[in-house]
Design a protein around this ligand. Structure first.
Ligand SMILES: [Zn+2]
Length: 294
């Protein structure tokens, strides 16, 4: 418990330096003090074991390896200050669910339904970059502390709070996400996410084309349940992209569409909520064609 006392002292010191609010920087540093990365990783192990019982993973090895490879490719260009984080990429088999989420420690879960709502790797890597950023920026540690307090999180890491671990797993099973992030954290993860994907050579405008599709939908997918509106995010990311020195240009559309075909479900048409309706085969249509909602 000595460690907890040291943490409290350190946090008080940080608090005194930041009386007027130090925003995201303060949040990141506070998380580093309150939840050692090693604790977050330990908790992640418990959660990943439980999630393996709850979620159905894709049994398509080609598709699974593809998602993993793409994840690790973006990760190579992410901030790896916290070397102890253990990133893993899982492909969840649910072609109706437009979703992805990250768990403590670096486990990232991508749903086949997310791929099904996209048209190229620039879009997919934008979301992967965003989820990686939630981990590298310690957003997850911050949310855990906000929700449960630092001492409970330390106990969770030691396996002493199985009830709360169960709650987090239930949240994923029922809602498709584990922790709600703040608006500021979402914005931060959006910005860092496109930095990572662009550094890997991918066109950061993939973020915008994907969110334009989501904005055209009558009801928001799970992925957006805890997020600011697509319009706000597009506006913010557009100005961020404008500031990038040499943004990436890769789309990898052909390779992506071959992989998407393997899902074997009808792609989710832009702006169309009826997943089983007659979606038009217009995924390759010109960019200027508006994604009208119906
Ligand atoms: Zn997010």
């Amino acid at each position: 418990m000595n460690r907890l006392r040291n943490m409290s002292v350190a946090l008080m010191a940080l608090g005194m330096m930041c009386l007027t609010g130090c925003g995201t920087w303060f949040g990141t540093v506070a998380a580093d003090v309150l939840v050692p990365v090693e604790d977050e990783v330990e908790l992640g192990h418990q959660l990943s074991e439980e999630l393996a019982q709850e979620l159905v993973f894709s049994d398509d090895e080609v598709l699974t390896t593809y998602a993993e490879d793409l994840g690790f490719e973006i990760l190579e260009h992410a901030d790896r200050t916290h070397e102890a984080l253990e990133f893993e990429f899982h492909l969840v088999d649910d072609p109706e669910m437009i979703n992805a989420f990250a768990i403590p420690g670096g486990g990232i879960y991508i749903y086949t339904g997310l791929l099904n709502a996209m048209d190229n790797e620039a879009e997919l890597t934008a979301v992967i970059g965003h989820e990686i950023a939630h981990v590298t920026r310690r957003n997850i540690a911050q949310r855990l502390v906000a929700a449960y307090g630092a001492d409970v999180v330390a106990k969770m890491a030691l396996g002493e709070e199985p009830g709360i671990v169960g709650q987090l797993v239930t949240a994923v099973a029922q809602q498709g996400f584990m922790l709600s992030y703040s608006r500021e954290q979402e914005r931060d993860a959006d910005e860092w996410g496109v930095e990572y994907q662009s550094a890997a050579g991918y066109d950061p405008n993939g973020f915008i084309t994907f969110f334009e599709k989501l904005a055209g939908r009558a009801s928001p997918p799970t992925f957006l349940s805890t997020h600011p509106t697509p319009d706000e995010r597009i506006e913010n990311i557009q100005s961020h992209i404008d500031e990038l020195e040499s943004p990436g240009t890769r789309l990898e559309e052909e390779r992506f569409l071959q992989m998407r075909d393997r899902i074997g479900a009808e792609p989710v048409a832009n702006g169309n909520d009826e997943t089983d309706s007659d979606s038009e085969e217009d995924s390759d249509s010109e960019e200027e064609s508006e994604s009208a909602s119906d």
